[in-house]
Design a protein around this ligand. Structure first.
Ligand SMILES: Cc1cc2nc3c(=O)[nH]c(=O)nc-3n(C[C@H](O)[C@H](O)[C@H](O)COP(=O)(O)OP(=O)(O)OC[C@H]3O[C@@H](n4cnc5c(N)ncnc54)[C@H](O)[C@@H]3O)c2cc1C
Length: 323
């Protein structure tokens, strides 16, 4: 069983924000499962975060969580410090004089899309389809309706684990931050990067009411096809072929063909509505969800010879069985 960091943690640096011991993480994830963080840090602002990272014992692991719409936190919880950048300061979105917006990583993608719309900026409507935060979207290069974050992201700032500040700036819409090496649902940003500020750029202008109406239409369409009211985390597996591939294979079709729609392990189920979504029917554990995902992978492999890649991030410690 992995060692808990208990005694060592008494040396955590002083902070202005909140630092909570053995904090239950399940309420902070869409699946509503998972064990506690040894420590949960809610920084007050950028200086609080930077100071903490600079002085934190380098042996203590740090994990960032957004709104938990793309993760399974395992039942044994997360070692070290989990950082959440939420609240008014971390959720701010401001429109510039041009087509740009500056936002903090805790801003919900929907709120970014709506702020852009209210300022008559077009091109960010697709973000309304992604229920996460901008910080999470950066890590996963989130996307839908034929667009991805990389198409609109022109600037990025953050801090590495040792507190070093980093900034990436693209040359505009065509540049797309080469350092980030974005690809389908993936970025090659440093693993220890905590994103703290983002600049996005729209593609043109339009009447705010018309753009807001488009956002509403996109959301209505999504509610019809996805179990968005369930405890879920969106697409479990990445499509084997990226968007634009001729005859693109989609994960949900492979899962359906493998006979997995509605399949259950404990309290976890393959959504009957959209079979690339796993759902917590009420009393699922993270272990149920992970075991179900692995069962789906095995059935798709056995029936069609395709190895599905987890898109949902599984983080933390596996809970050891009772002795
Ligand atoms: C109903 C539903 C529908 C969905 N539809 C889509 C879709 O159409 N397209 C799509 O791409 N995704 C979709 N998702 C998945 C999810 O919403 C996205 O991946 C989203 O971008 C995750 O953001 P989050 O804030 O929830 O991140 P989390 O799940 O909390 O974290 C995801 C990853 O981002 C990292 N991270 C979070 N914040 C930061 C930060 N500040 N700095 C550095 N790293 C950070 C975390 O460490 C983790 O590795 C869907 C999810 C649900 C529940």
């Amino acid at each position: 069983m992995p060692e808990r960091l208990g005694p060592m943690m008494t040396t955590l640096p002083p902070v202005r924000g909140k630092l909570l011991k053995d904090a239950n993480l399940a309420p902070y994830t869409w699946f509503r499962v998972g064990g506690p963080a040894d420590w949960l840090f809610l920084p007050e602002d950028e200086a609080d975060l930077a100071g903490f990272l600079k002085t934190l014992d380098p042996a203590i692991p740090v994990t960032v969580l957004g709104v938990g719409s793309n993760v399974i936190v395992r039942d044994g919880g997360i070692e070290g410090v989990v950082i959440r950048l939420m609240g008014k300061y971390w959720g701010s979105v401001e429109a510039g004089d041009d087509l740009t917006l500056t936002a903090r990583p805790g801003a919900l993608d929907l709120s970014v899309a709506k702020t852009a719309a209210r300022h008559g900026i077009r091109g960010l409507e697709f973000l309304s389809g992604i229920p996460g935060s901008l910080g999470g979207a950066t890590r996963t290069n989130a996307g839908c309706y034929g667009q991805e974050l990389r198409d609109v992201l022109v600037g990025l700032e953050g801090y590495l684990r040792d507190g070093t500040h980093v900034a990436y700036r693209g040359p505009g819409r065509a540049g797309n931050l080469p350092e980030a090496q974005f690809s389908y649902r993936h970025s090659d940003l440093p693993n220890d990067l905590v994103v703290t500020k983002l600049t996005l750029e729209g593609s043109g202008t339009g009447a705010p009411d018309a753009i807001l109406a488009e956002i509403e239409a996109l959301q209505a369409r999504r509610a019809e096809t996805q179990p968005i009211k369930d405890k879920t985390s969106g697409s479990t597996f990445a499509n084997p072929d990226p968007p634009g591939t001729p005859n693109q294979r989609s994960a949900w079709k492979l899962i359906d063909a493998a006979g997995c729609r509605g399949l259950k392990v404990g309290g976890a189920q393959v959504s009957p509505k959209h079979c690339n979504f796993l759902i917590n029917t009420g009393d699922a554990t993270a272990a149920d969800l992970e075991a179900l995902g692995e069962l789906v992978r095995a059935q798709v492999w056995d029936s069609q010879g395709v190895k599905l890649r987890w898109e949902v991030r599984r983080i933390g410690r596996i809970k050891p069985p009772l002795p």
